[in-house]
Ligand binder design. Sequence first.
Ligand code: SF4
Ligand code: MSK
Length: 636
Amino acid sequence: MNNRIKTSDPAVIALCSVAESEGIATVFDRYQAQQPQCGFGSLGLCCRICWKGPCRVDPFGDGPQAGICGADKHTIVARNVTRMMAAGAAAHSEHGRHIALALQKIGKGLLPAYRIRDEAKLYRIATLLNIDTQNKEMLEVAYDVATKTLEDYQNQDHHKGCHWISATLPKKRVELLSHLGVLPHNIDATVSQIMARTHIGCDAEPKNVFLGGIRGALADFNGMSLATELSDVMFGTPSPVVTEANIGVIDKNAVNIAVNGHNPMLSEVICDMAREMNDIAKGVGAPKGINIVGICCTGNEVMMRHGVPLATNYLSQEMAILTGALDAMVVDVQCIMPSLPQIGNCFHTEVITTMDENKMQGARHISFHEENAVETAREIIQCAINAYTRRDPKRVNIPNIKQTAVVGFSSEAVMAALSKIDADDPLKPLVDNIVNGNIQGVALFAGCNSTQTVQDESYQVIAKTLAANNVLMLATGCGAGAFAKHGLMNQQATEQYAGDSLKAVLTAIGQAAGLGGPLPLVLHMGSCVDNSRAVSLATALANRLGVDLCDLPLVASAPEAMSEKAIAIASWGVAIGLPTHLGTMPQVTGSDVITDLMQEGAKDLFDGYFIVETDPKIAGNKLVDVIKQKRQKLGI
Ligand code: SF4
Ligand code: MSK
């Protein structure tokens, strides 16, 4: 591997050579250009909260030990990380608000492009939220579910927690969080309060600031839970589907359109319209018509619901354009590199922004609103078809690298598979196999890609360690993308890497569920907003056993955590009682008060804690040890 190109993905390595020969800078070049990165920032010791700053605290104790206002290193670090959690909560919760508002409009019959695709789930959610469904039409129930959901953005009563947290976490956990004063009552107010309390001259008690951040992280959980569940109602609850992943899914004989970002509102309609417009693409000379591929979490959304192949994950999104065969990249929100239009301009690729609050210099903007979703999707697809006619075949270079992936394991899909073994008590086979040790524990992989590590490598190393130790694995977001691209989300991987007892269980369930073989080694649970799916499953397990989440042999791992959303996810993971591994260094190590709080302090408060370990081999072993300790404590 070229040391400059920090990836384990052979397709990325191949396309970086194209970039190099064409003189195009990629994320890896910009990473190099940033070296050495600021030590103060890396430790979280730089404050830019007011214009007297920036202020920096000397980590070696020789220089200044406080900012101009007097804030010390602990306050500065606490404020910085807490604001990150608020930004993560805002991102997921804006996504959720968009979905909830759309469902409310569907309930009023105002969005003809959309419909309720999972009616049974709508009614289950109504029951969960204590909504009376007697004598109501389905659309009325949809309206009521959306309206009650939106109360989580509006409630002003501090004594009433958000509906979705109360409905989705075990009762014991909700009581603990309430007792600790970290249960959000309103997503927007929680984010706003964090911004207010971290303004200059406000909350300067580091632990108090950090616990305010934890409340923000729990607001993040609330926002993502409602986004996930209501998306299922509108677009269908995922069930297992076989597809492919990595850059080889781009097809030189088709008009290739990549959907990138997070929000499925537009990409769902693009998938529908692509089928309708296929012949137009053939008419301009693309023999295979239109080929939709996914990137990042919009990619995960359409992959798990429609089997749309995944081109790549976050860090390598530029590579899709470097194939010379991508005709359009359509982006919505979050984790979209601002470099894309520049690279698109080196080829014929149309980079199209679609959300009015998320534009990029140099991109074409086609404004998306649900009311005109069909027209917008058609305009975008036509734009891609036009671009195809400008494609230069001599510059097409698609590495033939892809892997089979079986994706779409929503918690409902997992329960459905288990019910094939025990229809009366679907959780029993899982419980029995955890108790008898065939499954030692469960690990949720979440999070991103980061240039701090070698792209996708830690995911693979940790997963192979856990698999050999009979740990059942779930994955979301760009972690799921990594596993799919590297062939760890298929049945062969189970045969190759699972420990004997895990393999036997995955085979029994897979056979019973009609997959003709074992379940994949790592179960794909969706996009990063879908981390709540794993919590639903864990809550069902905890409720079944009458214990709290922290009592179960569950761990979480974010080997390449990078975004503010990932910080928020990891923090609520800790707050709900999960030992949570970070494989990248969080920007908090400048304060021992905060690092202690994230480890020992959090353990005392939540029975969950952060494990920071950048070496994936050691991290895998540490997670296995944590699972063993949990089992011992449970007496199993
Ligand atoms: Fe400096 Fe205080 Fe202003 Fe931060 S808030 S920049 S530490 S003066
Ligand atoms: S896209 S937040 S890099 S998972 Fe969900 Fe991937 Fe992380 Fe963005």
